[in-house]
Design a protein. Structure first.
Length: 287
C-alpha cells in the first residue's frame, strides 16, 4: 500500500497517520452492522510462529506425495506415505480418527468432491484427476492444504477444470485484503467459475484453522462481495473452493458416510491454500 492511500481499516485516515488500535478498528466496522471476528479467532504472534512450523511440515508432506504418486498405485499407498512422513517428522495426521475418519489423508478421484477414503482396492488410473488433502498437527497446532494431481493422459475437460480451479483460488487470494470481507473472496471465485461454465459447491466450504482442525469462520465461496466476516489481521483460514463441471449438488456415500460425490457424475476439482491475514496483505502459509 502507498503511504498516501486511505487505510484498509476503513477509518478514512491516511495509512501513514492511522494508528487506531485493532479493537477500535473492529468496533468501527461492528458499529456499521458488519460481521466481525471475536478476539478468540485472531492468532497471537506466538501462536502464528508455532502454526507456521505445522504448515511447513504440511507442505513437506504434500511434496513427498508429489514425489511418489503414480499411475497404478493404490490410494492406500498415498495414505501410507502421509502417515509415515508425518509421524517420522514429529507430527500427527489430523484426519486420522477425526470424527471417525479411518485414514490419515483424503484422496478424492474424478467425480468425488471431497473426503475420499484411501483404499487398497482403489487404483490410480491413466487419465484420473485426484485431490490429495493433507492436514497436520505439530506440537498441538494445525495446518491444512490440498493439491490436484493430473495422472497421465488426462482429458481436455479434466485439464481445463483443474486449470480453472487453480485460477479461482488465485483470484480469491488476490481479492483477500485486510479489512475487506470473506465475501470478496467468494465473489472472485464464484464469478470466475461461472464465467467458465462451472459451479461452486455451496454447502461445503473453507474454515478457520490453527488452534483446532476446524474453527470459525465458515468460508463460503458463493456469497456476494462485501458480505460475510470482516478480514482482520491475525485471522487464519483456508481458501478451498470445490469446482464442479456440472451441478453444484452432491450426495454422501451411504456406506462409509464420508465420501462426497457429484450428483450428476461430473468431474470435480479442489485446491486448498491456508492463509494468514496480516496488516499489509494476506500470506499463504501452505498450499
Amino acid at each position: 500500500m502507498e503511504r498516501n492511500e486511505p487505510c484498509w481499516c476503513g477509518s478514512g485516515k491516511k495509512y501513514k497517520k492511522c494508528h487506531m488500535p485493532i479493537d477500535e478498528k473492529i468496533q468501527l466496522h461492528a458499529d456499521r452492522g458488519e460481521i466481525v471476528p471475536s478476539r478468540a479467532i485472531l492468532k497471537t504472534p506466538a501462536q502464528i510462529e508455532m502454526i507456521r512450523k505445522s504448515a511447513d511440515l504440511n507442505t513437506a508432506v504434500l511434496d513427498e506425495v508429489a514425489k511418489h504418486i503414480r499411475i497404478g498405485m493404490s490410494t492406500a499407498e498415498i495414505d501410507e506415505i502421509v502417515y509415515r512422513f508425518t509421524t517420522e517428522h514429529g507430527g500427527i495426521p489430523a484426519p486420522l480418527n477425526y470424527q471417525g475418519f479411518p485414514k490419515s489423508v483424503c484422496t478424492s478421484l474424478n467425480n468425488e468432491i471431497c473426503h475420499g477414503i484411501p483404499d487398497e482396492n482403489i487404483m490410480i488410473q491413466d487419465g484420473d484427476i485426484i485431490n490429495v488433502d493433507v492436514s497436520t498437527i505439530l506440537n498441538g497446532y494445525f495446518s491444512d492444504a490440498s493439491r490436484m494431481f493430473k495422472m497421465g493422459n488426462v482429458s481436455e475437460r479434466a485439464e481445463r477444470l483443474v486449470r480453472v480451479t487453480e485460477e479461482c483460488v488465485q483470484r480469491g487470494l488476490a481479492a483477500a485484503k485486510p479489512w475487506g470481507h470473506l465475501g470478496d473472496i467468494a465473489d472472485a471465485i464464484n464469478t470466475h467459475a461461472q464465467a467458465n461454465g462451472y459451479s461452486v459447491v455451496e454447502e461445503i466450504g473453507g474454515h478457520g484453522i490453527g488452534l483446532e482442525f476446524h474453527e470459525d469462520p465458515f468460508v463460503s465461496y458463493v456469497t456476494p462481495k462485501g458480505s460475510e466476516m470482516l478480514l482482520v489481521p491475525g485471522m487464519m483460514f483456508t481458501i478451498e473452493p470445490m469446482i464442479n463441471e456440472g451441478s453444484p449438488d452432491f450426495f454422501v456415500d451411504k456406506d462409509n458416510d464420508w465420501t462426497v460425490y457429484t450428483i450428476d457424475d461430473g468431474l470435480s476439482a479442489q485446491i486448498e491454500y491456508m492463509v494468514l491475514v496480516k496488516e499489509d496483505g494476506v500470506e499463504v502459509l501452505t498450499k
